[in-house]
Design a protein around this ligand. Structure first.
Ligand code: TXA
Ligand code: MG
Length: 329
């Protein structure tokens, strides 16, 4: 994927005038705007239809830029940034004085991350300013892993889209609170799991919303990642058969990882990869493809809860969390 300079220049001009530019990251596409410009930030909330109670991640070139928007940079942040940045780990730290309160949804913490994508980093370098970057979808919808997903959701006059190809990771970053650096807590699971973080910090890492009095990640409340067709999670192949037989209309089935299953018309199958990273990278596009067939149900065979290596387990846990939130109870 080449990134012509005129396009980057245009992106910088738009951002500097307070407008929106979507950029690729290794996880999903982000909807960028100047993080320190209140009007630009307000435009992001309006374009996404995002509730004001849900704070935005500030995207930075590097640790130096992160320190400009944070009020504290403890040793734990230094260690994690040097171990995982640029990469799919977001750190929540006390917000710096210049950060508009809309970015933090009025809370004391600001989330920061440096994404591992050359085009995103080239953009941040050219703008020289931190950018907010929520996933570039309308609030509640499935996150975009291709530039075309972003173009489908927003008017071209409203959002310029920088095309960096398919996102490599495919699931949003791990969000880790360091508001109390002695008690780090994962607010949103992602590819970088508790074990990998604990190894760098040398202390235990809490998991889950509201653990030990920490406020959860507000974006994890309520439904999310939802296609238009209802998603039903099935645990076994016999439950899958039963769901297909009893459905009054056509279903699209996301198979168990790497396992083609017998699916008769009018139902259709999307065969999911067996490898954890490949499954994660494919998941959102598969949900969109399933939805495009306008089925009565999207049936998803739940993947295993853990893998052989801790890195695989972290990915399956993140996949589970997204599937649970995509599904209709
Ligand atoms: O991988 C990602 O993180 C992507 C790419 C574009 O970087 N971005 C992303 O942003 O997923 P968004 O806005 O879709 O999700 C951000 C999550 C939400 O759950 C939000 O509540 C949480 O991070 N969050 C943001 N700021 C926070 C804060 N100050 N304290 C706690 N949680 C925060
Ligand atoms: Mg999102």
């Amino acid at each position: 994927m080449n990134h012509p300079q005129p396009e980057l220049d245009d992106a910088v001009r738009r951002l500097r005038s307070g407008r929106l530019v979507a950029f690729p990251t290794e996880t999903v596409y982000g909807l960028g705007a100047l993080a320190l410009n209140g009007e630009a930030v307000a435009r992001v909330f309006a374009a996404k239809g995002r509730p004001a109670s849900n704070p935005l991640i500030v995207h930075v070139l590097d640790e130096a830029m992160a320190r400009r928007v944070t009020g504290a940079w403890p040793m734990a942040a230094r260690r994690l940034a040097s171990a995982f940045w640029p990469g799919p780990l977001t750190l929540v730290l006390p917000a710096g004085a210049g950060v508009p309160s809309a970015v933090t949804a009025g809370g004391p913490g600001v989330a920061v991350r440096s994404p591992d994508h050359p085009l995103a980093l080239a953009l941040f370098r050219a703008v020289g300013e931190p950018l907010v970057g929520p996933s570039a979808n309308r609030s509640g919808a499935v996150s975009p892993t291709l530039a075309s997903h972003v173009r489908e959701a927003f008017d071209p006059g409203e959002v310029l889209v920088l095309d960096g190809g398919a996102c490599r990771v495919g699931l949003e970053s791990t969000v880790l609170s360091l508001m109390d650096p002695a008690r780090p807590v994962i607010l949103r699971p992602g590819m970088i799991g508790a074990a990998a973080i604990a190894e760098v910090l040398g202390i235990a890492v809490g998991e889950g919303e509201g653990t030990d009095g920490h406020a959860g990640s507000p974006g994890r409340l309520g439904p999310h990642y939802r296609p238009s067709a209802p998603v039903h999670l099935v645990e076994t192949l016999s439950a899958l058969d039963e769901a297909m037989v009893s459905s009054t209309g056509a279903c699209v089935v996301l198979t168990p990882p790497g396992l083609p299953v017998a699916v008769e018309p009018p139902h259709e199958a999307i065969v999911m990869p067996s490898d954890a990273s490949a499954y994660a990278a494919r998941l959102y596009a598969a949900l969109r493809e399933a939805d495009a067939a306008q089925p009565t149900w999207i049936l998803v065979c739940r993947p295993p809860a853990s893998g052989q290596r801790p890195e695989e387990t972290a990915i399956w846990q993140a996949v589970h969390e997204r599937l649970t939130r995509a599904s209709t109870p």
